[in-house]
Design a protein around this ligand. Structure first.
Ligand SMILES: [Mn+2]
Length: 307
């Protein structure tokens, strides 16, 4: 009998992100597809955290492997404001068998809402990876995106992506030496606060494939401007706003923090309730009040901006 080849998924976490990572993986498995081969990159998390993540996953067809990346030198030591795990995605092509040509990387602060099979078959047209265009930073030259674009010789109009969801062609990634180039850029002293996201945008400018925004619903898409500046067809924006495949809780407060008013927090909490992680004192009770708060805030914002 020929077994279907597994869909490789990579996540990266530290001890603090173990709980949200378990929610992201649980939501992935609950929506079918697969079988999945999951690799978790971490910086020496506890056995309790590992046990809890495993016990949080539904009884589906998957394997899970653990990779301690503590020795990776581009991490917290160089960039003290972000955890090591934030740069681990650069290893995405090193941890899967050579026979695997595609890996999906997911941030720990995502909620999968639909079957992701499309991401494992979509034609990347020779690109190094697929990603979703950033809503905050529509192009390389947007202030704060790649402020050194001129010296780097980059086209200021080239689009900038959000690195929370990456569909990687591991052969192209290795062939174009993305990891080494991104690390060089991180260590060059030019890089801004978005770190490996900026480094990857510099390294692969014009070499990435644009996925539809439903695969990485970024929070600014939900405000009253609806990401109109990205000039997607209205139906594409509407699908990403109202019924996304992946919600990316990119801003704080995160759904596990007090004061979160994100409209998909309830769905995130429902998946979190099925995990082994139950003792987060910080988890708020979200009810009618916070729903009203969210709507009031959006309405007030619309009034202030006059639309
Ligand atoms: Mn994120």
């Amino acid at each position: 009998m020929i077994m279907p080849s597994p869909h490789h998924v990579i996540v990266a976490t530290d001890e603090n992100f173990a709980m949200p990572t378990s929610v992201a993986l649980r939501s992935l498995l609950l929506h079918g597809g697969g079988p999945f081969a999951i690799s978790v990159l971490h910086n020496g998390i506890s056995l309790d955290a590992i046990d809890n993540i495993i016990a949080s996953l539904p009884d589906r067809d998957f394997t899970i492997s653990w990779h301690d990346m503590s020795d990776f030198s581009v991490g917290a030591s160089a960039f003290s404001h972000l955890p090591d795990a934030a740069c681990f995605r650069l290893h995405v092509a090193d941890l899967v068998p050579a026979s695997t040509s595609r890996v999906v990387y997911l941030d720990g602060d995502v909620l999968v809402r639909r079957d992701l099979s499309h991401l494992f078959t979509v034609d990347l047209e020779g690109a190094v990876f697929g990603a979703v265009r950033s809503v905050n930073f529509p192009s390389i030259a947007t202030r704060g995106a790649v402020d050194g674009w001129r010296e780097l010789g980059l086209d200021p109009r080239s689009h900038y992506f959000n690195s929370g969801v990456l569909v990687v062609d591991t052969d192209e990634w290795r062939n174009t030496n993305v990891k080494a180039k991104a690390i060089d850029y991180l260590l060059s002293g030019r890089c801004g606060p978005c770190l490996d996201q900026e480094a990857l945008n510099v390294t692969t400018s014009e070499q990435w494939f644009a996925l539809e925004p439903t695969f990485n619903q970024q929070t600014p898409l939900l405000d009253d401007q609806h990401g109109a500046h990205l000039l997607y067809p209205a139906s594409v924006i509407e699908a990403a706003r109202t019924d996304p495949h992946i919600v990316h809780f990119q801003d704080r407060p995160k759904p596990w923090h007090k004061g979160c008013t994100h409209p998909w927090q309830d769905e995130w909490l429902a998946v979190a309730a099925g995990t082994r992680f139950t003792d987060h004192a910080d988890l708020p009770q979200r009810g009618l009040r916070s729903e009203l708060h969210w709507r009031t805030r959006r309405a007030a914002s619309a009034l202030i901006k006059g639309r």
